[in-house]
Design a protein around this ligand. Structure first.
Ligand code: NAP
Length: 320
């Protein structure tokens, strides 16, 4: 098969399209013919070699994909050859023509959801779901700020919160992104690059602030977030690229909670619950992954540059 291989950690250009042996499913494993693979920021962190968990070299990047089950190993009961599936996590890497997965990493892709959309589900939707419901325990009628709503996790969070009956305020840093955020169901869209946008948020909430924040760039925003939280508010740190100084008094005065999260800490049971909800949302169309850019697999390096640029617009996917 053709696969992206990384032989040494480094810049995006270390990713090369090469020939690799076709994987064979062992007991409890599923081989998926990849029709599209999702590109996540974490794929770029891993590629540099600076991320906490380092794969042994050479490796094929990527954890998210969608495609068709090619074959299954002994004992697999949930899927059979020919099934349309999306994949969250693989054993062999997603940037390839085939991905070897554990049975528990493969989920049904409902009719009407394209493979490219399916490749946009795994990490972004599972992260947004875990942040909203398993960490912040967000509830219908609450107000949620999706701080960075134009990218993969933000679009997912916006759709999930809206479908659950919350009031959603989403931010983006470009006109195109703001338009997308509104189209995905946010009641209000604010530009996180405009001065005074959080004052506008306070007036939109009648001075009360928001109950929940999903924060995509905590090193820039966490201190400001604490000042726009309502009493008993919860801020979930989803994304962070550095350090930040906060005034703890802002949290004290509100009985606020600052919650960290990394999806890798979700148990198999947590993920079962998350994906049951996501499959239902995809089937009833309350979840509609947005693919902003679809590139050939050979352009993986270009995709890694693009995913780290500002002006996000949904997901970037690679097509083998
Ligand atoms: P993405 O598709 O690249 O989107 C990035 C988002 O951050 C865009 O909406 C972008 O908006 C926004 N952003 C940029 N500057 C911002 C600012 N000053 N304030 C608020 N938002 C800002 O990435 P993603 O897949 O959604 O992931 C978002 C972050 O979460 C990444 O850092 C990623 O590594 C992290 N993440 C963490 C977990 C976890 O388990 N904790 C899981 C998945 C992702 P504009 O481009 O429109 O400015």
């Amino acid at each position: 098969m053709k696969a992206i291989l990384v032989h040494e950690f480094g810049p995006p250009e270390v990713m090369r399209l090469e020939d690799a042996p076709d994987p064979q499913p062992g007991s409890g494993e599923v081989l998926v013919r990849v029709k599209a693979a999702g590109v996540n920021p974490v794929d770029t962190y891993v590629r540099t070699g600076a991320y906490a968990s380092k794969p042994s070299l050479p490796y094929t990047p990527g954890s998210d994909a969608a495609g068709v089950v090619e074959s299954t190993g002994a004992g697999v009961t949930r899927v059979t050859a020919g099934d349309r599936v999306y994949v969250h996590g693989t054993l062999s890497g997603a940037y390839a023509e085939f991905a070897l997965c554990k049975e528990s990493q493969v989920w049904p892709l409902p009719d009407g959801v394209s493979f490219e959309q399916g490749a946009a589900v795994g990490v972004p939707y599972a992260t947004a779901y875990r942040a909203l419901f398993q960490r912040a325990h967000a509830a219908p009628s609450e107000t949620v700020l999706i701080h960075g709503a134009s990218g993969g996790v933000g679009v997912a969070g916006t759709q999930l919160a809206r479908a659950a009956g919350m009031t959603v305020i989403g931010t983006a840093g470009s006109e195109r992104g703001l338009q997308l955020v509104k189209e995905q169901g946010a009641h209000h869209a604010l530009n996180h690059r405009s001065s005074g946008y959080l004052d506008e948020l306070m007036s939109l909430t009648g001075g009360r602030g928001v109950d929940v924040i999903l924060e995509m760039l905590a090193n820039v925003n966490l201190d400001k977030d604490l000042n726009v939280l309502a009493k008993h508010g919860r801020a979930v740190i989803v994304g962070n690229h550095g350090t930040v100084e906060i005034n703890p008094r802002s949290a004290m005065s509100r009985d606020a909670n600052i919650l960290g999260m990394t999806l890798f800490n979700a148990t198999e049971q947590d993920l079962k619950g998350i994906h049951a909800a996501l499959v239902a949302g995809l089937a009833n169309r309350s979840l509609r992954p947005v693919v902003g850019q679809s590139l050939p697999l050979a352009d993986a390096a270009r995709a890694h540059h693009a995913v780290m640029e500002s002006g996000a617009y949904g997901k970037i996917v690679l097509v083998p």
